[in-house]
Design a protein around this ligand. Structure first.
Ligand SMILES: [Zn+2]
Length: 248
């Protein structure tokens, strides 16, 4: 079945997370911001295969070529597809360090099997990576050319994109990406608990972080692995400190 984008505003779409809740844990939403001459992505997909599917949908909407990829954080499922787009990336400085280190590893199924031997707690995540990647030929991790420490604003063909570091328990390099004109905020995985292999029983969303992101001038919140929600819903989860039953 052909993939279809979800339109959030005149110039903003997402390539939605995998509809299967298990696969969605490692196939996140990818944001697509289209200006007159450029396309900017929020995250790069989990694999070249995922990225190629995204490319096809970019053709469907006649999006201009990809100009930049903003990494919400540098977990593999947000980064490993980036090489397909032929565009530079933007990341937080902690993510830059992380990606430089990751680039030194001998990526491939043999290496992943060795990693599973070394740290069995990472097995589910690493197996998901192996399934997503399918093959490793010519694989490379796109390193950020633009790096922020706290905030960075981009003004592209009249579209304002605000990037701000928020950190958090899930990934220290997490940033949020705000589009003030379309009142959309991409928050990545910033309020999620730590990745599975680092998680303790009882770990849940960082509700205080969520509350800190609620602003009256934003109507739509897009996180990494759930469907987009309205500000009201986002705020309600943050205030009630209760996860919706279908949340990841
Ligand atoms: Zn993550």
């Amino acid at each position: 079945m052909a993939d279809t984008l979800v339109k959030l505003a005149d110039n903003v779409w997402i390539f939605p997370r995998d509809p299967d809740p298990v696969r969605a844990q490692s196939q996140p939403n990818v944001g697509i911001i289209v200006t007159e001459k450029h396309t900017i992505l929020v995250d790069g997909g989990n694999s070249p295969r995922h990225a190629r599917r995204i490319m096809i949908t970019l053709d469907d909407i006649q999006a201009p070529s990809v100009y930049n990829i903003i990494y919400t954080h540098t977990h593999w499922d947000h980064v490993f597809g980036a090489m397909v787009f032929g565009a530079p990336a933007v990341a937080h400085e902690l993510g830059q360090r992380q990606l430089a280190e990751m680039a030194t590893r001998p990526w491939g199924n043999n290496y992943i099997m060795e990693e599973i031997q070394r740290s069995p707690a990472r097995e589910p995540g690493l197996r998901a990576m192996m399934r997503a990647m399918e093959e490793w030929r010519n694989f490379r991790i796109v390193q950020p050319e633009l790096v922020l420490t706290q905030k960075m604003n981009m003004y592209i063909d009249g579209v304002t994109i605000e990037i701000e570091h928020v950190g958090g328990n899930h990934a220290p390099d997490s940033v949020v990406v705000r589009l003030p004109q379309s009142r959309i905020m991409f928050v990545g995985d910033c309020f999620y608990p730590p990745p599975l292999h680092l998680r303790n029983p009882g770990d849940t969303y960082d509700f205080a972080m969520m509350r800190s992101l609620v602003r009256p001038d934003y109507d739509t919140y897009v996180d990494g692995h759930n469907d987009p929600v309205s500000r009201e819903t986002f705020a309600q989860i943050a205030m009630s400190e209760t996860l919706p039953v279908d949340s990841l």
